[in-house]
Design a protein around this ligand. Sequence first.
Ligand code: SF4
Length: 351
Amino acid sequence: MKEIIITKNEENQRLDKFLLKYMNKASKGFIYKMLRKKRIKYKGGREEGNELLERLGNCRKYAWPMFTSCCPGWVSFMSKKYPEYLRNLSTAKSPQQMFGAMAKTYFAQKKGIDPNNICCISIMPCVSKKREASLSYMKSAGAGQDVDIVLTTREFVRMIRAEHINTRFLKEQAFDSPLGESTGAGVIFGVTGGVMEAALRTAYAVVEGKNPEADAFRAVRGRDGRREADFTLGDQTLHTCTVSGLANAEKLMEDIKAGRVSYDFVEVMACPGGCVGGGGQPIHDGCEFAERRGGTLYRLDSERKLRFSHENPEVQKAYEEFLGKPLSRTAHKLLHSEHVNELYFETHNYL
Ligand code: SF4
């Protein structure tokens, strides 16, 4: 296979700027991309933020700390090594799985398409997403697997290059509606601390009745592998921890098990730096792009007009027209998963 070299010019290039144009050429069907899934994570941010508040309001009902669940590498690691903590996982699905379920229900209804005729394709920075999409319980929409095919960004770049497409000559194009709008909160999901920050922005808005300053939770940012930060939400102090890399995750879990540390909300991403350092990203020997990609995501977030998941008009419309409210019965069916039972069973079937 031909070696791929990421040039200086390309390393910060936004794939979504030309993605739609390329994909339209590649297929006649409705193909939805992972970058669009990030927009659904609006819901993730919103569902996860609201789930956090629901747990804080009913402390005794839940196990603590609450762990994020959007990274399948981390969820798989935990289910094998620390299954006794599965019930601590947020029940919110990953952006990929939320999108698949919404594409084959809400989007299908809006467009009048039989969901069985939708092929949902993810483009992800991640190899673990391939397995996640194939899990037997990831078919909430009732039309086969919610996500049919997962390509890594590295595979996708190879496809583009194999067709000799020069991305510099492709013009930017808006995504389709519904579900085509995105916010800064969705963008930063790709970097360590981003899930936590997006969820806190929404949780704060729900508790205080007004938005925080968009960068109010920037203490969770950084590439040091493990960061702790305390925030005030209403009359409660929230102890948070953000971890990236499985070696750091293992140390964290041992500390929690031994009672050396105690947190309320913990974000874990399996890859160092988060998805910007994902195993499916384009690589070049001797170069590490995660930090620069992370910087790009924060810049894109700061340039966005919309920086809060709950302010995404397409998200608001999806709730009004279809989901009802966060944590509603429909939202639970499509956007959440009971990892405790299903993942444990699935994992031990795989082993
Ligand atoms: S951190 Fe790595 S394993 Fe986790 S979702 Fe991102 S790319 Fe996948």
